[in-house]
Write a protein that binds this ligand. Structure first.
Ligand code: BG6
Length: 492
């Protein structure tokens, strides 16, 4: 009887992402029996490997890069699905060989679906897509065809538009899955549950109750062995245009009608459309860019590089809900700690009836949504200190995934995203209009750094970035908060 088969073709199959994330995620999905039956995984990259040598390379990656307790016997069974073809992303004849190989594996009976995963350097996205089209690999003659495209999608608005055009020349938008792995994180998806499956927070979620919102994505690691890529990209392309703006849209969006991909993505795009555009002057003077001391000494970094490794800035979301509420965002490498968190600082009570020293004020309530590595949330509120008159103290009420779901490991982001792509659910992938809006927001910032108008300020590795980032909030009478992972009463 004619059945249905599915193949994933990983372009860039020997690279870091494939070894660290994609293959481990696929293996986990296989262990959970969540992959389509008989799934084939075909690696396609320039180096030459036999199927067996490729399996071995991936097995080494699993051991080197993951904490998974991998049973070799399970891996051996899973790895039978893996095969490999050496080829050049720019060579049409190699794509013809890929098509022939696939057709041979698929046979002529039944439906044969194909998911192409572009885990390749961004400069090859357009040519690889073109070759997928020209070789006939993308034709939906025997089953569905989808393409997953890694970030960064474009280098600015103009190049992202051009890339969208190139991609749409071969694939319809419904077939295109632009990935941002932050959306695959459980704690990021939990933002939707937190906001829209609880009745108590949403009424507070607007300019009447919220004073400001802070989004931090701090990393302890430096650029390490990725400097060759990073020096050409910098923090704005690497983290801001995608991950940070995704987090912002999840926090600021209106409730979607359903979780259906377009309902969700429409609401997110509306947030980006509401963000007040920077004038070139605001982009230069109202933002802080930093570079950690020692960056210029990293291998593959240009000796006079002005590439920023840190960014902090203020955005305004000009809509009914958020008018007048600043959103402060910051992200950087080589910082004091790894912490991704969203802080909602609420307004203080309007009237102060408790005894305070002159100049003292109530500490505002703070809700911290902890995305990683602390996973959960903290709600900070004021309590009366026992037996000390009306002395107040701030305390936290906390929820942690680790203690609340002891037996359930949090999966890697790529597991969920690969599964969704295989199942044809693009909700957690980025639509073309979202990508373009994102670039429209950050383009002035990129122009400022690239035309030399703004040079990054040097900050100490292991710090929280340049002091100017504190001044940015101090100008507004505010400070950065750090709550997640810091137990006790005090801000770090
Ligand atoms: C990637 C960036 O997209 O995200 C990296 O290219 C960054 O530079 C990484 O380190 C951060 O991801 P995570 O999941 O560790 O927060």
């Amino acid at each position: 009887m004619a059945g249905e088969s599915t193949s994933i073709v990983i372009l860039g199959a020997t690279g870091d992402l494939a070894r660290r994330k994609l293959l481990p995620a696929l293996f986990q999905l296989a262990c959970k029996e969540r992959l389509p039956r008989g799934l084939r995984i075909i690696g396609f990259s320039r180096p030459e490997y036999t199927d067996e040598a490729y399996r071995e390379l991936m097995w080494e990656g699993m051991q080197e890069f993951t904490d998974l307790a991998v049973r070799k016997d399970r891996w051996t069974v899973f790895s039978q699905a893996l095969s490999y073809l050496g080829g050049d992303f720019g060579a049409p004849k190699d794509f013809t060989r890929l098509r022939q190989r696939l057709e041979q594996m698929e046979g002529t009976e039944g439906k044969a679906n194909r998911l192409f995963y572009l885990s390749i350097a961004p400069r090859f996205f357009a040519i690889a897509v073109k070759n997928l089209g020209a070789s006939g690999l993308a034709a939906e003659d025997t089953g569905w065809r989808r393409v997953v495209i890694e970030k960064p999608f474009g280098r600015d608005l103009e190049s992202a538009r051009a890339l969208n055009r190139d991609v749409h020349a071969v694939f319809d938008e419904r077939q295109v899955y632009r990935i941002d792995h932050y959306l695959g994180k459980e704690t990021v998806q939990n933002l939707l549950v937190f906001r829209f499956a609880n009745g108590i927070f949403e009424p507070l979620w607007d300019r009447n109750c919220v004073d400001n919102v802070q989004i931090t994505a701090a990393e302890k690691v430096s650029v390490g062995d990725r400097a060759g890529y990073y020096d050409q990209s910098g923090v704005v392309r690497d983290m801001v245009q995608n991950h940070l703006l995704q987090l912002l849209t999840m926090v600021a969006m209106e409730p979607p009608v359903s979780l259906d991909a377009d309902s969700l993505r429409n609401r997110k795009v509306e947030v980006l459309q509401s963000i007040r555009r920077w004038t070139p002057d605001e982009a230069t003077h109202g933002t802080v860019l930093g570079q950690y001391d020692g960056y210029l000494g990293e291998a593959d970094v240009a000796a006079d590089s002005a590439t920023p490794t840190y960014a902090a800035f203020r955005l305004h979301v000009d809509n009914w809900r958020w008018q007048g509420v600043p959103f402060y965002l910051r992200t950087g490498k080589a910082m004091a700690d790894k912490a991704t968190e969203i802080v909602i600082e609420f307004r203080r009570p309007p009237h102060l009836m408790f005894p305070m020293s002159p100049g003292e004020d109530l500490t505002p309530n703070i809700l911290s949504l902890c995305l990683q590595p602390d996973e959960g949330f903290h709600l900070r509120f004021e309590v009366k200190v026992p037996d000390q008159g009306m002395t107040l103290r701030s305390k936290d009420m906390a929820f942690h995934y680790e203690s609340a779901f002891r037996d359930q490991a949090i999966p890697e982001a790529y597991e969920r995203l690969l599964q969704d792509a295989l199942e044809g659910d693009p909700s957690l992938f980025i639509r073309s209009d979202h990508i373009e809006e994102g670039w429209r927001i950050v383009d002035p910032l990129l122009q400022g750094t690239e035309n030399g108008a703004q040079r990054p300020q040097i900050y100490e590795p292991g710090s929280w970035g340049p002091e100017a980032a504190d001044s940015l909030l101090a100008e507004d009478g505010r400070t950065w908060h750090r709550v997640c992972g810091v137990h006790g009463d005090v801000d770090a």
